[in-house]
Write a protein that binds this ligand. Sequence first.
Ligand SMILES: [Zn+2]
Length: 359
Amino acid sequence: MKLPILVLAFLPTLLLAQVNQDATRFVQAVAKINDDHARNPGQALESSLATKLPGDAKSALQRLIHAKPESALAPALRQCAEAALDLDLAADFDRIRLRLEEVSPDEAKKLGRIVSRPRFLVRGIGDFANGYLERFADVLDAVLKGYDEVFGFAEFSKVPGKKLRVRVHLEPEIKQPPHFAPEFPWHSEIDFPVSDASELRSPTPKGQFLFYGLCHELGHVIAMWGDLKTMEDHHSWAHYTGVTIVEHLADKLKGSPLLQPLGDSRWRSLARERTLPVNQTPASLKSAPGVMKLLIGLHESVGPRAIGDAINFLDREGKSRRLNRVRYYRFTDFRRALAATIKEEDKKKAALAVMDGAR
Ligand SMILES: [Zn+2]
């Protein structure tokens, strides 16, 4: 069949329009599902959200993956790959990445690879050794299980039901420690630079505590204190949960291959915090060591599970301040939550005495 000359002249433009239209449709569909969920999370989990993707968005992606390569295709595929990650559409992400490898191998590299597990998505950007990301995911699973066993926090993500994200990226050198990136609209993400592509080892030869860093950042994911200007905890909360989990896992997984490259507990543990000269100070809300002393005091008098119960109580209550959906608690509310959740009278008294001793 012969196409009229006019259509032939406009064919590239028509194809471009179709590519952009399909990408936009897919990205918008994902955004709408995530926005609706974030407004009213209920009990829905991310796995069930994925089933809500409308048929026309699926076919738009399908068309895009089979579209002829032209200049707009690579950026359109990248856009859709990011959107697929926002909804944990791992199979779609992989299909898009494979297509991008044909269209633009450099762009495909920037996307990286993902490992999706029930509670999180690990994304690895860089030339990691085979199995690196799977082992990283095993470590993260163990850390989350450690948090379950010690504190029993009910919800990790700032948007309930959404999986956590960790973005592991290979850099020539680590210039910043891992950090909780609060800016993403629909999920909690930890940014995690590494410089060794063969395996997650910690501490690094330069003395960076990456394993502790992962445990520490999850503390931030769960709870921030005060507000953006006033960190009521003076950055002691995540340090406390971090060393507590490092110590717990070092005891529990002693001798296991998983922990073999992760030796942070020698330098980062609750036992060490108890003996540090800087922490030999009265509990208070005025300084980092004061708050550390307060948290250690609670840990010793009522145990970490009571701390977890109190945070879960505040979440159920749903009154705590949220900034970009991240939870910000206040110690006065935390005290009230401890009073409401500790059943044994003597333990409740002890916890409140610790709280009231810190001013
Ligand atoms: Zn921190």
